[in-house]
Design a protein around this ligand. Structure first.
Ligand SMILES: *Cc1c(COP(=O)(O)O)cnc(C)c1O
Length: 508
């Protein structure tokens, strides 16, 4: 576009003429010409989402994405634009019916949260305000500080502890391990880099893959992660841990960090956190707790003792999109010593320098505590949900999920056609269908087929893992919509499908 620049005329009539020349060409916007029409569409979207959340029980737990729907996402670049109503119609037709199903009462796959309604509302509000929660003088920063302070209190960390909300458990541990290695490397690793550092990180063989990923991203290589054997309950073997640390030290390595599990992904096992805290103190190592799943049981006074020792950790992570049932994505990293946290990430270029007053009086608080500079206002959904449901509401839900897992385990123990493969103290149940005439390989295949048909028929969505080499159907309950009857229905379907597949195999 050609811009005509005229000097601003002193004469009011000429000035008006200038404005008339320039203004009409420069006032394009993405806002709707008719806000009422936008409001009507927005109200319809809200009604549809409420119906979606309220009506889950009537739908299949999952259905596969049809090929014509998959193909619909191979359009060429949308050059001309389309009306919002038509775009919304595409959403309703092509996207909404084909989710993973994790808002359904019988979705227990991986560790996938169910999405509490207040969180949905909060995300809409946060998007409309378009908050960039890096820092600055705005209420969003206080909200995040408040939420983190609640978590510090919940976990029994010292009041000066703090942290940051991040997008996932994986990123939460990456942030925590970056703090750990910066603090314990023994030299300025931010300036000098990893070089030949012979640092070692320790965790059990049951530890989530995100820990190894974090260590690799930090540049230490997967060889610097030492996997410690577990006991019969899948908890880290403390004696082996001690021996490995001492042996590595004798060989000239620097053991700097133990990653303890508060709820493993396979079986929900909780390591001996107090025992690990003792070793870390003795060996001057950083204690990180991966509480992606299990830190949430701090809400329950009944279950809280399972986490004894977590209050001694140097850092703790928790996934709030798992057992706080919040919409994706939100997790947190808590660090005992906030100055160590800042020391790992703070950086102050001139364009971010604080000005003492105005919008940017202080350094950008949360940009100094993690990887992201620009960041979403995910604190709002945590704040709104924690205020709405309260510690009591969360405690009741989390205890109910643990009780549902206990109920499922009790039924499996009493059912000759089923075999429990690991006992859980929390919410993750691993079992299989049993058929005495079958060898291990055939049992693996049979159970894989039961699981797949269960998903394909939309009855329920558990996932799979291997427990001591055996294929397990795995139920991880982080669902506020599941009822007792859902577990009965599920086990009946396992037994029905198992018998059906065995019969088909015999007929072949
Ligand atoms: C899910 C999970 C993670 C990773 O969290 P994401 O939010 O999926 O990145 C880490 N550790 C454990 C124990 C988990 O269950």
């Amino acid at each position: 576009m050609e811009i005509q620049v005229k000097p601003l005329a002193a004469d009011p009539a000429l000035a008006a003429e200038d404005a008339a020349v320039l203004a009409p060409k420069l006032d394009a916007t993405l806002d709707p010409a008719n806000w009422d029409a936008f409001a009507a569409l927005a109200h319809r979207a809200v009604d549809d989402m409420v119906a979606f959340l309220a009506g889950g029980r009537g739908r299949s737990a999952w259905r596969p994405l049809p090929s014509d729907v998959r193909d619909a996402f191979h359009e060429t670049l949308p050059m001309g634009g389309t009306s919002p109503e038509l775009v919304y119609a595409d959403f309703a037709r092509l996207i909404l019916p084909y989710t993973l199903g994790n808002t359904h009462p019988r979705f227990w796959g991986w560790v996938t949260g169910s999405g509490a309604p207040m969180g949905v509302l909060a995300d809409m509000l946060a998007a409309a305000m378009n908050i960039n929660a890096a820092g600055w003088d705005q209420a969003a920063v206080s909200v995040e500080e408040q939420v983190l302070q609640w978590w510090v209190e919940l976990l029994g960390l010292p009041p000066e502890a703090g942290g940051v909300l991040v997008s996932s458990g994986s990123q939460a541990s990456l942030v925590a391990l970056a703090v750990a290695r910066t603090d314990r490397a023994g030299y300025d690793i931010r300036a000098a880099g990893v070089r030949g550092a012979r640092l070692k990180f320790y965790c059990s063989t049951e530890t989530h893959s995100s820990i190894q990923k974090a260590v690799e991203v930090l540049g230490h290589g997967s060889d610097s992660v030492c996997f410690v054997p577990v006991d019969r309950e899948f908890r880290i073997d403390i004696r082996s841990l001690t021996q490995m640390v001492l042996a590595d030290r004798a060989r000239g390595y620097m053991p700097i960090c133990v990653i303890a599990n508060a709820g493993t992904v396979n079986t929900g096992a909780i390591d001996d956190l107090a025992g690990i805290a003792d070793i870390c103190r003795r060996e001057e190592m950083w204690m990180h707790v991966d509480g992606a799943i299990g830190a949430a049981v701090a809400f329950s006074s009944r279950l809280r003792p399972l986490l004894a020792g977590i209050e001694r950790a140097d850092s703790v992570t928790c996934d709030m999109h798992k057992w706080l049932y919040l919409p994706y994505d939100v997790a947190c990293t808590l660090v005992r010593d906030p100055s160590k946290h800042r020391a790992a990430f703070s950086i102050l270029p001139s364009y971010l320098a604080p000005t003492g007053r105005g919008t940017a009086p202080t350094p950008l608080k949360f940009a100094q505590l993690g990887i992201d500079l620009s960041r979403s206002f995910r604190a709002l959904k945590v704040w709104m949900a924690m205020k709405t449901y309260g510690v009591e509401g969360y405690s009741r839900m989390i205890e109910q999920n643990v009780d549902q897992a206990a109920y499922l385990q009790a039924r499996i123990r009493h059912e000759p056609l089923l075999e429990l493969l690991a006992a859980t103290p929390l919410n993750v149940v691993c079992f299989r269908y049993r058929q005495p005439s079958l060898d291990e390989k055939s049992l693996d295949d049979l159970n894989q087929e039961i699981l797949t048909r269960m998903q394909e028929q939309g009855i329920a969505v558990p996932s799979a893992t291997r427990v001591r080499g055996r294929f397990a159907i795995r139920v991880a309950i982080v669902n506020h919509r599941s009822r007792g009857e859902d577990f009965d229905q599920f086990l009946e379907a396992v037994i029905r499908l198992g018998a059906q597949i065995c019969q088909e195999n015999r007929a072949e």
